[in-house]
Write a protein that binds this ligand. Sequence first.
Ligand SMILES: C[S@@+](CC[C@H](N)C(=O)[O-])C[C@H]1O[C@@H](n2cnc3c(N)ncnc32)[C@H](O)[C@@H]1O
Length: 327
Amino acid sequence: MRSNRNARGRPLSYCKACEMEDFAHSDLVPVLREIYAGTDRRFPHDYPRGNEDRKHWETAMTVRALRDHGVLRPDAELLGVGAGREDAMFHLTGLVRRVFATDLYLSPGEWSYFASPLMLVAPERLARLPFQRERLVVQHMDGRWLRYPDATFDAVFSASSIEHFGPLAEIAAAAYEMGRVLKPGGVLSLSTELRVDGPAGGSGWPGVVLLEDASIRRFIVEASGLELVDDLDLTMSKATLSTRCAIADLVATAGTDEEPYPQILLTNEGYVFDSVHLTLRKSSRYPASDNSWACPGEALKRRVHAGEVEAVERFTRAAASAPEKRG
Ligand SMILES: C[S@@+](CC[C@H](N)C(=O)[O-])C[C@H]1O[C@@H](n2cnc3c(N)ncnc32)[C@H](O)[C@@H]1O
């Protein structure tokens, strides 16, 4: 454990775990305010003080990483993977040419709050932030097999999603795909869940894989073929480790004045976890090491395709059973 880097005046790393001190760091506070100040009646004039929220941190880390690494340009095209209805995608539409948001929008299953089909036709009904409608393209697409050619995007961003994509081999396939569709020099901003504590030998509960140092390096960094722009710093301050928030309490109080802060370390099913943000670059050495093992295989592609066919069939059945409108 180490002391607060902000107090020592060091720049905030681009590849790190979320910490309490980050919400007072001069590298991040202006970005948090640019995105969120004034968007919620509950935020005080000195936001983010008192409203330390890991989801806001993920959004601000994304915008900061992409801006500082030169990809927020008027001609840039960005891809969001497992984007749901997240704030980053909406905010980024004001900063680049186009944002492609992808998720399982047509068949969200248990994710219907996040990946509402409404995103496909009326994202304005779900946006919490102002955005440029004509610069947002929303598509149904499985993150484990991206239906884009190699080297299509200037940047890819993904938050709180890849840990839900399946076992480690499928997480690796998604990371491989993110690296593949980036243009040379492109940047990936990725946030996921970092296991801090939990049952011995366990790495999450059904539908969630909590990652650790070794699994992040193998199944995200190596699998992507990209290179971290900074050392990966997973240390956490004492102040951070003393925060705890149960997911059940967050769900029960979301959006109300009772919502507890800080929301940094979360607990669920005996686990404690934090957000971790990675910034990776596609260098001229791509792939930085052999990542062919992570490429989505035929069996995975067949499953992804079967999921798409099922989504279309369900949609078609629903349309066919709707009362016909006449005259
Ligand atoms: C916890 S939500 C996060 C959504 C959004 N990124 C955010 O930060 O609010 C997880 C998202 O992952 C999406 N997801 C799960 N499996 C997926 C897959 N195989 N391909 C694409 N998205 C997937 C879900 O539909 C859901 O929108």
